[in-house]
Write a protein that binds this ligand. Sequence first.
Ligand SMILES: NC(=O)c1ccc[n+]([C@@H]2O[C@H](COP(=O)([O-])OP(=O)(O)OC[C@H]3O[C@@H](n4cnc5c(N)ncnc54)[C@H](O)[C@@H]3O)[C@@H](O)[C@H]2O)c1
Length: 277
Amino acid sequence: MTTVSVATGAARGMGLACARRLAAECDVLVMADLDEAGLREAAADVRGPAEIVPFTADLTDPAAVPALTDLVASRGTFRSLAHAAGISPTMANWRRIFEVDLVASARLLDGFAALLQPGSAAVCFASTAAHLLATEPDETLLRVLDAPLEPDFADRLTKLEDPRITTPESAYAWAKRGVIRLVQRESVRWGTAGARVVSISPGIIDTPQSLQEAERQPFMQVLLENTPLGRFGRPEEVAEFVAFLLSDGASYLTGVDLLVDGGMMAGVDQAGGFSGQ
Ligand SMILES: NC(=O)c1ccc[n+]([C@@H]2O[C@H](COP(=O)([O-])OP(=O)(O)OC[C@H]3O[C@@H](n4cnc5c(N)ncnc54)[C@H](O)[C@@H]3O)[C@@H](O)[C@H]2O)c1
């Protein structure tokens, strides 16, 4: 049996670290990203033993996921997905943030549901931002958030006229809350096939994305000061955890979100909470 794994956002950051790590765990590794030049360079740099197959696409393009799942099915048995492709508040407006971080994640989990085998597994990347900034229960908002594949999803968000979602910072946090909830729902469907799906919420990890955020968002320094381990995480540390979550070693773990934050949430809690400033 030829096993196929997929790492998205694989041109850089945590997606690339996951690709490097997963290349030792499967026969064929598909590295997906919209940055064609970056992906070419990254793919050339990843050492097997897996065969490396680059796949360039914007995952918000509705044609991208069917093309990706067709590619995976043509190469073997779907083993695992590390879905790290995503954008952060300083990279786009609120609509695009929801589209990339939540809608594309929903399309991916929906598409891969057709390929599941016992032992298949996926990890989606949420964020501690969801735990810090998107916590109030609001049935109206959650109902919209829980239907990201509705064709009028963005219009339904707009109609809420809710200031919590129309700034990039809060959109990011709520999109990632949506990812956590998506994974909980999908775990039920995936479980019927003997497959698993979890999300992880990284703290501040040393990647191009967090560097960009830290340059423009002073509160990142406050979060770092409240992180018990006193440093940024390394992409390789997250990738090691993701590899475990995707392995049979984690065979009874599904439908949950796991913090990989150097203790940041515990530190913030002990310090009396986070105001978002
Ligand atoms: N770095 C952090 O501190 C941190 C913390 C919490 C959560 N996260 C989340 O973890 C994930 C990985 O973060 P990172 O820091 O490695 O990011 P990064 O910006 O360094 O890398 C993300 C990659 O995703 C790709 N990408 C973006 N949009 C895409 C799309 N529409 N289609 C295909 N590829 C796309 C980019 O081209 C890039 O190569 C993201 O979802 C991010 O929101 C990051």
